[in-house]
Design a protein around this ligand. Structure first.
Ligand SMILES: [Zn+2]
Length: 257
């Protein structure tokens, strides 16, 4: 009797002792797969351009970026890469990062897993053919992707899902000065700035945007460089941060060309 009691006591003591360890091993957050911005120590930002390559405007933009020696990231449409692989190649060779932005810009939330895979795979193939390697990142059109779909593209393609925290709504063509003032008002360290190199007004706004951000001390890095600098924050802020990116683009989700 005594032995059994002692054994039971010892067992419960062991269970109790193990509990904190078991909890600790279960509690670390799973690796982050989606980013709307990054938590960084320095004045680092990522400027991103969606929907290209555009045969006339993208080369113009590349010249503006090269003159200022700033890095940028391009989220490309597969069918546009197929039409202008030389521009995608030029972007990669100049040191800019290339991401997957789907084959023909559907709302991926409306697609079956099979069609989602096809949108990702065809674009991955076109980018790989143009620049020699697959992208490491993707951005869903309209910023829309269900959590299960995010897991799918991360698991099957290895992509991180990149949204944004600065949105000048440049696809509505509000004019270069409005695009510039919106970006300049919202950009902070760790920001991921959304814009489109298929709109003349956006490209025209870039010299002012880049020159002003440089004058403010910001440093331009690619998206992958920015998220590599991301630091975990206290739990409350982290969960607020994770819900924000998916929520805000969805709210402003309206078709872009
Ligand atoms: Zn787009």
């Amino acid at each position: 009797m005594k032995t059994r009691l002692l054994f039971a006591l010892l067992l419960s003591a062991r269970v109790l002792a193990q509990q904190p360890a078991a909890e600790a091993s279960a509690s670390p957050a799973p690796p982050r797969i989606s980013y709307g911005s990054a938590h960084v120590d320095g004045p680092y930002i990522a400027l991103t351009f969606d929907d290209g390559p555009h045969p006339r405007l993208t080369p113009k933009l590349l010249a503006i970026l090269a003159q200022r020696h700033v890095k940028a990231t391009f989220f490309l449409i597969g069918e546009n890469v197929q039409a202008h692989p030389e521009i995608a190649k030029q972007e990669a060779e100049a040191g800019y990062e290339i991401g997957n932005h789907s084959w023909d810009h559907p709302d991926l939330k409306h697609l079956s897993d099979e069609k989602l895979r096809s949108q990702m795979q065809r674009t991955d193939d076109a980018i790989k053919a143009a620049i020699g390697h697959s992208p490491a990142i993707m951005r869903p059109p309209y910023g829309d992707l269900y959590p299960a779909q995010r897991k799918l593209v991360n698991k099957e393609f290895g992509y991180k899902i990149i949204i944004w925290d600065v949105d000048p709504n440049d696809w509505k063509d509000p004019g270069p000065s409005v695009v510039a003032s919106r970006v300049l008002a919202e950009t902070r360290p760790g920001s991921i700035i959304l814009s489109h190199d298929i709109h003349a007004g956006t490209v025209a706004a870039m010299p002012q945007i880049i020159d002003t951000l440089l004058a403010r001390g910001f440093k331009f890095v690619t998206v992958s460089e920015l998220i590599a600098m991301d630091k975990p924050v206290v739990k409350k802020a982290a969960s607020a941060q994770q819900t924000q990116p998916s929520a805000s683009p969805a709210a402003s989700a309206t078709p872009t060309p």
